[in-house]
Design a protein around this ligand. Structure first.
Ligand code: FES
Length: 152
């Protein structure tokens, strides 16, 4: 009987550093999970490629520095997600504050992020997040989420 390989989370080879830098954004499927690898200002990031809100394709999002954190802006409804932590952030005012001053607030981690590493030969690897429990972007990696993305 053929033995199925057990998912381990990696690390998996995802490409040569030079190529990934040139591409800036690279899409990879690892253990059935669609991942976006981003190279921005000299740093690699990896996160689930579909936005936690409604499955928007983060691959096409702009990157901006918001409140000192690099964020990807989902092209679909402009939700902001920090690249390093996958935190959903938004700007709001407290009406009880006089005068109300808009401030950045966090919704907590909403997008699963993964670990990128490289070796001296310029090989880049991604290890899938092993954070236990549900993170909202998990939904768009499953069958139901896939159907929802296709319907949208
Ligand atoms: Fe990303 Fe709505 S799908 S902001």
């Amino acid at each position: 009987m053929e033995e199925k390989e057990q998912p381990t989370g990696g690390p998996y080879f995802v490409g040569k550093k030079d190529e990934l830098i040139q591409a800036k954004r690279s899409f990879r499927t690892i253990e059935g999970r669609d991942i976006l690898i981003i190279h921005h200002q000299g740093v690699f990031y990896a996160l689930d490629s579909y936005c936690y809100h409604a499955g928007g394709e983060l691959q096409h999002g702009d990157i901006e520095d918001l409140n000192g954190k690099l964020c990807i802006i989902c092209p679909k409804h402009k939700y902001k997600i920090t690249l390093a932590e996958g935190e959903g952030i938004y700007k709001a005012t407290n009406p009880r504050e006089k005068p109300p001053v808009p401030r950045w607030l966090s919704k907590g981690v909403k997008q699963r992020t993964h670990t990128v590493s490289e070796n001296n030969n310029g090989d880049v690897y991604v290890k899938l997040s092993d954070v236990a429990g549900w993170i909202e972007s998990d939904y768009y990696q499953g069958e139901k989420g896939k159907e929802a993305r296709e319907r949208a």
